[in-house]
Design a protein around this ligand. Structure first.
Ligand code: WAQ
Ligand code: MG
Length: 264
């Protein structure tokens, strides 16, 4: 987006009805295929919708039978937030990834119980549409709807910040939409008061790089976080026990935040 007036939030979600008995037993009516969101100025809207539609229709998780695209005018002044610094660790296998994740999360003050609970979410067979909120000390899940999770929305990046980010990422050969969108999302999550860290594994079977992020640690990419072909994945936001869950959800789902600078 070029200017921070006349902003629109666009959300896409694609799903297919749950045909298989297993999902019905678990009470799931639909299976999550793909989702995306971003903030745009009016001249960019038509292009964004086309791009989101194509993404939904050609997804590695399968063919959807329902695609919902919502376009809403943003009525609040957005927060301008910094981008997290990016780094990539060396990691050759999901086993090694497990050890690396454990070390990073423990250094961010996340308890053993909470790390275990987070692992269960991101390696579970059923993909949530959003993220799980896990209390950093007890490991208890705090999101009101455990099927849906908390869906971060109202996020974007200023045009010139996005362009210089692309140049930086291109030098490392990682200038992709997937990386950029995840980085913007992680930056918004890290800017939320009460969030201690995030863990993410893509649910796309062919995308095997995940990340751990936190305001203090930045965005740490972890290759080979899962085996190719696995449709498991998810996101966990670890929250401090004093944090106000309602406020956290309100900020993540509803409050517009735009990445406008590189660091604090
Ligand atoms: N809000 C909350 N949770 C979300 C959101 C959102 N806006 N979008 C996705 N999720 C959750 C949901 O449970 C998905 O199943 C899961 O995350 C994975 O989503 O630097 O592509 O869109 O190379 O598959 C990481 C990039 C890419 C790492 C992550 O996630 C890198 C990715 P996906
Ligand atoms: Mg996905």
């Amino acid at each position: 987006m070029e200017k921070i007036t006349d902003l629109w939030n666009i959300r896409m979600r694609a799903s297919k009805s749950a045909g298989c008995l297993k999902s019905k037993v678990k009470g799931l009516r639909s299976i999550h295929i793909s989702g995306a969101e971003g903030i745009y100025n009016p001249p960019e809207i038509a292009k964004a919708i086309r791009e989101y539609t194509l993404r939904a229709m050609n997804h590695s998780r399968g063919a959807p039978d329902n695609i919902v695209i919502t376009i809403e005018k943003i009525k609040r002044k957005p927060f301008i937030i910094p981008l997290l610094p990016v780094s990539t660790v060396r990691c050759d296998s999901p086993d090694e990834a497990g050890r690396i994740i454990h070390k990073i999360l423990a250094s961010a003050g996340i308890s053993e119980k909470a790390i275990k609970s987070g692992f269960r979410v991101v390696t579970g067979k059923i993909s949530m549409r959003g993220a799980s909120l896990i209390l950093s000390d007890s490991g208890i899940r705090a999101e009101p709807d455990q099927h849906r999770g908390v869906r971060v929305s109202g996020l974007g990046i200023m045009k010139n910040t996005g362009e210089s980010l692309s140049r930086r990422l291109a030098k490392e050969g990682i200038n992709t939409k997937t990386v950029k969108e995840a980085l913007v999302l992680a930056s918004k999550v890290a800017s939320c008061r009460g969030v201690a860290a995030e863990l993410c594994i893509s649910d796309d079977p062919d995308y095997t790089t995940g990340y751990v992020s936190a305001r203090k640690l930045g965005y740490i990419r972890i290759p080979n976080i899962k085996y190719k072909g696995s449709a498991a994945g998810g996101r966990v936001f670890f929250i401090n026990k004093e944090s106000d869950v309602t406020h956290v959800i309100e900020y993540l789902e509803k409050t517009p935040a735009i990445v406008g600078k590189f660091s604090l």
